[in-house]
Design a binder for this molecule. Structure first.
Ligand code: 5GP
Ligand code: ZN
Length: 116
C-alpha cells in the first residue's frame, strides 16, 4: 500500500512532480532532484518497501528488475559504454534519506572508489 507520508509514494502517485524517465506497471524512474553526476536517475518500485533490509524472497526480485531497467536507461542516455554506477543505500548511516527503496543510476563522469 502507498504510504501517505512517503515522498516516493507521492511521486509514484503523481502528487509530487518529477522528471520521469521511464515507467512500467511496477516501476517509475525519474531524475534525482540533486544530481551527483550528469546522469542521476532513481529507479523506484511502485510498491512501498522502506529499506533494502526489509526485502523478502517475494519482493527481492523487484531489485533484479530494477537493475535491468537501469541498464536500459544507461544505454539510452549514452553512459553505458564509459561505465556507470548503481547504488543502494540502506539505512541512514549509509546515506539513505528517503525510506522507500530505490536504485541510483549514476554516470556521465569518472567514478572514484571508495565512495564517500
Ligand atoms: P537516498 O539518500 O535515500 O539513497 O536517496 C534519495 C535521493 O532522493 C537523493 O539523492 C535525493 O536527492 C533525492 N530526492 C529527495 N527529494 C527528492 C524529490 O522531491 N524529487 C526527486 N526527484 N528526488 C528527490
Ligand atoms: Zn513509499
Amino acid at each position: 500500500m502507498p504510504e501517505e507520508d512517503c515522498l516516493f509514494c507521492r511521486i509514484v502517485g503523481r502528487f509530487v512532480p518529477a522528471q520521469i524517465i521511464a515507467e512500467n506497471d511496477r516501476f517509475l524512474a525519474f531524475n534525482d532532484i540533486n544530481p551527483q553526476a550528469p546522469t542521476h536517475v532513481l529507479i523506484v518500485p511502485k510498491r512501498h518497501v522502506a529499506t533494502i533490509a526489509e526485502l523478502t524472497s517475494e519482493t527481492a526480485p523487484l531489485m533484479g528488475e530494477a537493475v535491468v531497467l537501469a541498464n536500459g536507461i544507461a544505454r539510452q542516455t549514452g553512459i553505458a559504454e564509459q561505465g556507470y554506477r548503481l547504488v543502494l543505500n540502506c539505512g541512514s548511516g549509509a546515506g539513505q534519506s528517503v525510506f522507500h527503496v530505490h536504485l541510483h543510476l549514476l554516470g556521465g563522469r569518472p567514478m572514484r572508489w571508495p565512495p564517500g
